[in-house]
Design a protein around this ligand. Structure first.
Ligand code: ADP
Ligand code: MG
Length: 576
């Protein structure tokens, strides 16, 4: 696969730099963060709408930052949620004092990371709310509509919220309009071929010739079912019928229509498709309102497209009509005078702290042997996971988006860097490393494994002399509980919990028998291995892979695998 690329590891950074340099007339970089903010932020007294997610989806999400649209966007690595720290920094930079509305697609990594930013803002007294985009009708049944993921229909949610904020609505109303917009937009799509992450040789999934995927995911997750390739008009019938079955009870005749290209599809093909869609809507007595044909949420170079219908009413129509100007979407509405009046530049945003690792009083406490073992454990974990990076990516690609290996390596590299030259306790070694991991890794596992490492740390005694197998087993119990509270997964859901829960139980048993740390750890590892292998036969019920239902069976879970190897490596480190 040929790409315009320098080093794959610098891809996001160089992409953001080029973007900001080109579009300084709309937006600028958030100092010290991977994110952008509109030039009219922070606007005192105005609500800020913050969007975001992984990259690889342009113009989602940062293409929609500008006047009358999103105030800011947090930008993650390819297909990987930005970290909680990044989301927080973007929100802080755009905050005009009237509150923050976070709105983004319903993916576990984004939910976890934006959720952490929201909690942190609230703890500081900033009113922050979240509206998840859940427009993808094929990703879950109508009974489980809240679990659906967000795809191209998010455009209408961001547009509605951004327009409401720009005209000065209060946070309660901006949130309510965003929810209302999300309740009235539905999307369904098809993919003809998968997509390839820059720096990789193989696509994340492939579609056999003569076939297509129905209900694809925008992170290269395969569709929910495979069908024979159909002509455009039959695809139009299938998708229009699927969406009309979801029309709200009070639907009027006006419906906004969006045909979204996934990144590798020609506009001409979208026009062919729209031609069929328009005829079908007409037969159903609907009037397409300001149709939009183009790319709104892409999936790198995936071919295929989605159709969104947005049932308008008296509240939503003015929000859709309102003026907006951003790099990827501009429209001039009847409110143009009002929109240009509130232009203030963001020089006042100031520089945010760039030090990702918080320091603590406990940093001053010198560590002993346990501190050294903890650092050896993290270094060993990095060495092991670096070797497994592509294997973990392959496992994650089978049912998820293929980024798991890269995320784990990024997180562990940051963790090891954060403890380089640090001589403190095991407790602080794990908390320091965990915070750095969480900030750097992104994605669901970034938030979860980061929280697990931090919780191992906070579960340990603050003096290294008191760390024995029993204390360590207790810390692992607490870390498991933290992870489950955060991710809501149970054993059997096909996640890293299936490795960690049996491991923690076995470690407690071994400690109770009076074993030393490294002996107890070695005695508990077989239970972790059995747990990891048991995920092969499970159907995923948590995280990205859960959308695939039965299709997720047969592949060992990526997170269960990586965490097993982390545990194994910790055992090697503890022996040093
Ligand atoms: P993302 O899903 O954001 O791409 P990763 O690919 O890095 O994140 O991690 C995927 C792994 O995370 C899964 O294989 C699974 O083990 C784990 N995981 C996902 N969601 C949860 C959850 N809610 N609780 C525990 N583990 C989870
Ligand atoms: Mg993944």
């Amino acid at each position: 696969m040929k790409r315009m690329l320098n080093e794959a590891s610098a891809f996001r950074e160089e992409m953001v730099a080029g973007y900001v340099s080109a579009y300084g007339r709309y937006l600028q970089r958030v100092p010290g963060a991977s994110g952008v903010m509109a030039n009219d932020t922070p606007a005192p007294g105005r609500v800020s709408v913050v969007v975001g997610g992984g990259s690889g989806h342009y113009p989602a999400f940062y293409g929609l930052v500008g006047q009358g649209l999103a105030s800011g966007a947090a930008i993650g690595d390819i297909f990987t949620s930005p970290s909680g720290e990044q989301c927080y920094r973007v929100a802080k930079a755009v905050d005009g004092g009237a509150g923050i509305l976070f709105t983004f697609g319903n993916y576990s990594g984004d939910v976890l990371n934006f959720g952490m930013a929201e909690a942190r803002l609230r703890a500081e007294g900033v009113d922050a709310r979240t509206v998840l985009v859940t427009d993808d009708v094929l990703s879950a049944s109508r009974e489980e509509a809240d679990h659906r993921r967000g795809i191209a229909g998010g455009f209408y949610v961001f547009k509605s919220a951004g327009a409401a904020a720009a005209r000065g609505d209060r946070l309660d109303d901006v949130e309510a309009f965003a929810r209302h917009a999300n309740a009235r937009v539905r999307t369904a799509g098809v993919a003809f071929a998968g997509c390839t992450v820059p720096g990789q040789d193989e696509p994340l999934f492939s579609v056999a010739s003569g076939q297509m995927e129905i209900g694809l995911g925008i992170h290269g997750e395969p569709g929910v079912r495979v069908a024979e390739q159909m002509p455009a008009r039959e695809i139009a019938v299938m998708l229009v019928e699927t969406l009309l079955a979801e029309a709200p009870a009070d639907a009027g005749r006006d419906v906004a229509v969006l045909v979204n290209g996934l990144g590798g599809t020609k506009y001409e093909e979208m026009f062919v498709f729209y031609n069929d869609v328009a005829a079908l809507l007409d037969q159903s007595g609907l009037i397409p309102y300001n149709p939009l044909i183009g790319e709104f949420v892409t999936s790198l170079d995936m071919t295929g497209m989605s159709l969104s219908l947005f049932w308008l009413d008296d509240d939503l129509k003015p929000l859709l009509d309102a003026t907006a100007s951003s790099p990827a979407f501009t429209s001039i509405g009847p409110d143009v005078e009002q929109a240009t009046a509130s232009r203030t530049w963001a020089a006042a945003a100031g520089t945010l702290a760039t030090d990702a690792v918080a320091t603590s009083e406990e940093d001053g406490i010198p560590g002993g042997k346990a501190g050294e073992s903890a650092r050896a454990a993290l270094r060993q974990a990095l060495a092991t996971i670096e070797e497994m990076e592509s294997e973990l990516g392959r496992l994650d690609a089978a049912a998820g988006d293929g980024d798991h290996g890269a995320g784990m390596v990024r997180g562990l590299r940051a963790a090891v860097q954060a403890i380089d030259g640090f001589g403190g306790t095991a407790r602080r070694t794990f908390t320091r490393g965990g915070i750095a991991f969480q900030n750097a890794a992104g994605g669901a596992s970034g938030a979860l494994v980061g929280a697990w490492l931090i919780a191992i740390g906070t579960g340990l005694p603050d003096r290294d002399e008191a760390v024995d197998a029993t204390a360590l087993a207790l810390a692992l119990d607490q870390a498991l509980a933290t992870l489950q509270r955060l991710g809501q997964a149970e054993p059997g859901d096909k996640t890293m919990i299936d490795t960690l829960a049996p491991f923690s139980a076995a470690l407690n048993q071994a400690a109770a028998q009076g074993m030393e740390i490294s002996q107890a750890w070695a005695a508990a590892l077989p239970a972790a291995a059995t747990g990891m292998l048991s995920t092969i036969d499970m159907v995923s019920r948590r995280g990205r892979a859960s959308r695939l239902g039965e299709r997720s069976r047969g592949v060992q879970d990526a997170g269960a695998t990586s965490i097993y190897h982390v545990l194994h490596a910790f055992g090697v480190g503890f022996k040093e």
